[in-house]
Design a binder for this molecule. Structure first.
Ligand code: GLA
Length: 408
């Protein structure tokens, strides 16, 4: 496929094109796109504090099969359920429905805005689109950004809009914020849209500047271990953390001229004034300020070709998320403890927001079997069920894949 060490997607995509024909009928002109998911290695709860984050795309994600029509009808379907939605391009829903289709509709609206801008007066053909994928469900690997950025690219290509990657990433972001109604940060669509193989993305959420850090996918592997724990109140607990960080900043900014977000607050300013904050709020600030420093330290480690140095920062980040930010659960702590004593493991921490969900592990290639065995054994002994353990390589970002799809 010409994507270095990325997983060969041809079998999955051939199956997806067959699924397309079974659901939407035969016909020429089928095009296939892949868009990855992402995992964040450092910079926990920093995106909404204006700090740096270090996500990377993974070689699992969303498949999108699209076929142009001769009219203006849109047909949307997914392999995950039997639902199907049809409408004319001139009559797109203006209100969210609360269903999964809100994501593609939001993207459609935003890309059509770009289209009006780009090629005024041209009408767009309708499309039949089938979504599918191989991301573990509910694992916090950003399937929504994967779908939204992937669809933005698919529409751009099918309609020959020639919009830049940045415009498409922002169209995906606006779709989630405006139409779906999720106040997400920039990390996820950027991580998906600007992925490069053998690299972590260095994204500074204060000014949205980005850079790449080397991480050789031939030598290192990323494991995600799912606790299976899902906390019903996680959204509320996440929003509470956002508010506590805002409160910390409101208390500290008076002591540091020019500070615009928590990320700017210096350690000496925090230490001198932490007693003025509510003790819980002070612990949240403590995490953020040190996590910023750890994330820079992790970047320095990678720059001097020392991935083990990144691993050390990951473990410290987990301890801080457990003790200061208080978003871990015993199941996550167990996974991190088990991973940390495994040969070939460089580091581990909870990933995503916390409150259950997954731990991410950075390890040397070849250590996979031993890691999986140990995680499963320790976890089952304590909690009575095995965690789902999955291994990922890196990915080079959303793209169209060429092949003999029409004939499959
Ligand atoms: C969730 C949010 C992200 C980020 C992480 C914590 O996954 O969607 O934007 O804040 O939590 O790092």
């Amino acid at each position: 496929m010409g994507h270095g060490s990325a997983r060969d997607l041809s079998t999955d995509l051939a199956l997806h094109s067959r699924a397309f024909r079974e659901r939407l009928g035969p016909g020429a002109g089928l095009r296939l796109f892949f868009s990855p998911g992402r995992v964040n290695l450092m910079g926990a709860h920093l995106d909404y504090n204006g700090g740096p984050v270090m996500p990377t795309a993974i070689d699992r994600g969303t498949f999108i099969a699209a076929r142009p029509r001769s009219d203006q009808r849109m047909v949307l379907a997914s392999t995950l359920d039997g639902q199907r939605l049809e409408f004319d391009l001139g009559h797109i829903a203006t209100e969210r429905s609360g269903r999964w289709f809100d994501y593609p509709i939001g993207v459609l609206i935003e890309v059509l805005e770009l289209a009006t801008d780009a090629r005024a007066g041209q009408s767009r053909c309708g499309l039949e689109i089938l979504f599918g994928g191989n991301l573990p469900v509910g694992a916090g690997l950003s399937s929504s950004a994967s779908i939204c950025v992937g669809l933005a690219l698919c529409l751009d290509q099918c309609w020959n809009l020639e919009r830049s990657r940045m415009e498409l990433v922002h169209a995906a972001l606006r779709a989630e914020r405006k139409f779906v109604g999720v106040q997400c940060g920039i990390m996820d669509p950027y991580a998906v849209g600007f992925a490069r193989e053998n690299c972590l993305l260095w994204l500074d959420c204060k000014d949205a500047s980005l850079d790449y850090l080397p991480l050789d996918a031939q030598r290192f592997s990323i494991a995600v271990a799912d606790t299976g724990v899902r906390r019903a109140l996680a959204q509320g607990a996440f929003n509470l953390r956002v508010r506590q960080c805002e409160e910390a900043f409101a208390g500290l900014r008076r002591h540091q001229e020019g500070a615009t977000c928590m990320r700017d607050i210096r350690l000496d300013v925090f230490e001198a004034h932490r007693h003025e904050l509510d003790p819980v709020v002070a612990r949240r600030a403590d995490h953020v300020i040190h996590e910023v420093a750890r994330t820079f330290a992790a970047r320095d480690a990678l720059m001097r070709n020392d991935p083990a140095g990144l691993g050390v920062e990951m473990v410290r980040a987990h301890e801080s998320l457990r003790d200061l930010f208080e978003v871990s659960v015993p199941e996550l702590d167990q996974l991190v403890a088990s991973a940390s004593v495994c040969d070939g493991v460089l580091g581990a921490r909870l990933t995503g927001a916390g409150f259950g969900g997954c731990a991410v592990v950075l390890l040397r290639k070849g250590a996979e079997a031993e890691l999986a065995r140990r995680l499963e054994e320790d976890f089952s002994r304590r909690f009575g069920a095995a965690p789902a353990v999955d291994f990922f390589g890196g990915d080079s970002g959303p793209r169209e894949l060429t092949g003999a799809w029409d004939g499959v």
